[in-house]
Design a protein around this ligand. Structure first.
Ligand code: NAD
Length: 502
């Protein structure tokens, strides 16, 4: 497939503009290595302009009635629907996902926008009785101001929507610094938002690298909140940099998610769930199943079914309907994934299949890695502890349920987990005891829906959640309001306290 070169600029105050320095960087097609276009390599000056535009727009956007803000999001969802096929195909080129998954990514943005459009007519606060007579109490949500949104490349339309839809409906304005590997999709995303009626300055995009444009956004004094999705180590750097201005930092970081397969599981269903969760998006999901914890009674049977399924998967470009596994994002990812294959072998794990880049024919032009399965993995090995972010999974044998839960919990991350079992008691214990923000029963580790909170415990984040009602807590501050209509000074905790007789 020929790839048309398509460049895009920054979007600031409703105008498409180059970086102040005039510098650019390129976006490449991971399946072929071709260039997709060039984009502004922005720095602090560009971020300053974008933040100034967002700050100015905040004055009027926060006063637009929330239902009207919601209507714009609703129009955005409709436009995404109309352009879903085009965006899906573009995603299969720029990010590399297979078409079905790319369509799911766009659909997630549609769903999130519809859900948050509805929030425009809710954004509920509370009213409560006052402890004093003739007094009214309520709480209400207030927008925070200019939101700095920094996003990864693996869900290039969905993740900007998870952040921008709630931020906007709550009355904030945004400066988005998208991942440097998927700038074209980010540009299309804001173009469509603007077409939906988002006024100039309300959403701005500054392209470029994390260490310049991203860091400048995090450091900017007029950005009170940073919402960040990416690596754990980047999240730590962002948190430290944001501490100087005491910013709110919302982090969605990595995972090392486990599927537990018990002795009573439907093994064929479990294999389907593992293949989908471990190798879907070439393993480049924060919720990827990179560990499979298996009861010893079904360990051998599961291994052979899983290897069979993995070896049947066809590698190819995402836009080819017959492809099961697309490329990984870039050359650096191949090196990292292969590095972990070497680590796994050195640690004494048994490589069952895969373990090498795929380079036959046209695959050699892109960045492909074979679905890789290690067996006989100990829970403490690096391949069972560290996020690989590729199509690699580790089989860990266990004797019983308690050992399975201990292994699942014995990591620094806490995003997603799953158990395959037909025993309802075990299923409920797993829901209670697995230390993750998301748990699936008889399904893989991936498949979140937009109306429930999304995020993780431990070092997957810092206590916030994306999506659902929980997202509103990230993008608003609570204000409590007391209205006294008694016509006199009433002192709380003093005037209404009965004093015991002397
Ligand atoms: P990354 O941390 O390399 O980059 C993420 C973003 O941060 C990019 O836009 C990058 O330019 C920017 N950045 C880099 N350094 C920065 C700095 N010093 N200051 C400010 N910004 C900076 O991550 P990635 O490779 O794009 O994404 C993969 C990671 O994202 C994985 O760890 C994955 O698990 C995680 N992820 C988490 C979730 C979740 O919701 N928990 C979802 C998707 C991906």
């Amino acid at each position: 497939m020929a790839v048309a070169e398509r460049s895009a600029q920054n979007f600031i105050g409703g105008e498409w503009v180059d970086a102040a320095s005039g510098e650019t960087f390129e976006s490449f097609v991971p399946a072929t290595g071709e260039s997709l276009g060039s984009f502004p390599r922005s720095g602090a000056e560009d971020v300053d302009r974008a933040v100034a535009a967002a700050k100015e727009a905040f004055g009027s956007w926060r006063l637009v009635p929330a239902p009207k803000r919601g209507e714009i999001l609703f129009r955005f969802a409709r436009l995404l629907e109309e352009q879903k096929d085009e965006l899906t195909e573009l995603m299969s080129r720029e990010m590399g996902k297979v078409l079905a998954e790319a369509g799911g990514d766009v659909q997630e943005a549609i769903d999130m926008s519809v859900y948050m459009a509805g929030e425009g007519r809710r954004l509920f606060g509370q009213t409560t009785p006052s402890e004093l007579p003739d007094k009214f109490n309520m709480s209400m949500r207030m927008p925070v101001g200019v939101v700095g949104a920094i996003t990864p490349w693996n869900f290039p339309i969905a993740i900007p929507a998870w952040k921008l839809a709630p931020a906007l409906v709550c009355g904030n304005t945004v400066v988005l610094k998208p991942a440097e590997d998927t700038p074209l999709l980010a540009s299309r995303f804001v173009e469509i938002l603007s077409e939906a009626g988002v006024p100039p300055g309300v959403v701005n995009v500054v392209h470029g690298y994390g260490e310049d444009a991203g860091a400048a956004l995090v450091a900017h004094p007029d950005v009170p909140i940073i919402t960040f999705t990416g690596h754990r180590t980047t999240g730590i750097a962002v948190t430290k940099a944001a501490a100087d201005n005491l910013k709110t930092v919302h982090l969605e970081l990595g995972g090392k998610n486990a599927i537990i397969v018990m002795d009573d599981a439907d093994l064929d269903l479990a294999v389907e769930g593992i293949v989908w969760s471990a190798f879907g998006t070439s393993g480049q999901r924060c919720t990827a199943a990179s560990r499979v914890i298996v009861h010893e009674a079904v360990y051998d049977a599961l291994q052979s079914k899983l290897v069979d399924a993995a070896e049947r998967m066809r590698l190819g470009p995402g836009w080819d309907e017959s492809t099961d596994v697309g490329p990984v994002i870039n050359r650096g990812a191949i090196e990292k994934i292969h590095g972990y294959t070497e680590i796994g072998k050195d640690e004494g794990a048994k490589l069952l299949t895969g373990g090498e880049p795929a380079t036959d024919g046209d695959l050699g032009k892109g960045h492909f890695y074979r679905p890789t399965i290690f067996a006989d993995v100990e829970p403490g090995m690096r391949i069972a502890q560290e996020e690989i972010f590729g199509p690699t999974t580790a089989l860990i044998p266990v004797r019983d349920f308690d050992e399975a839960v201990r292994a699942a919990n014995g990591i620094r991350y806490g995003l997603s987990s799953s158990i395959f079992t037909r025993d309802v008691n075990r299923a409920f214990r797993a829901m209670r005891d697995l230390q993750t923000g998301i748990t699936y029963v008889n399904a893989g580790t991936t498949g979140a829906e937009v109306h429930l909170p999304f995020g993780g415990t431990k070092e997957t984040g810092n206590g916030h959640r994306e999506a659902g009602q929980a997202a509103l807590d990230v993008f608003t501050e609570w204000k409590s309001v007391y209205v006294d209509y008694s016509g006199k000074l009433q002192r709380a905790q003093i005037d209404n306290v009965e004093r015991p007789a002397p």
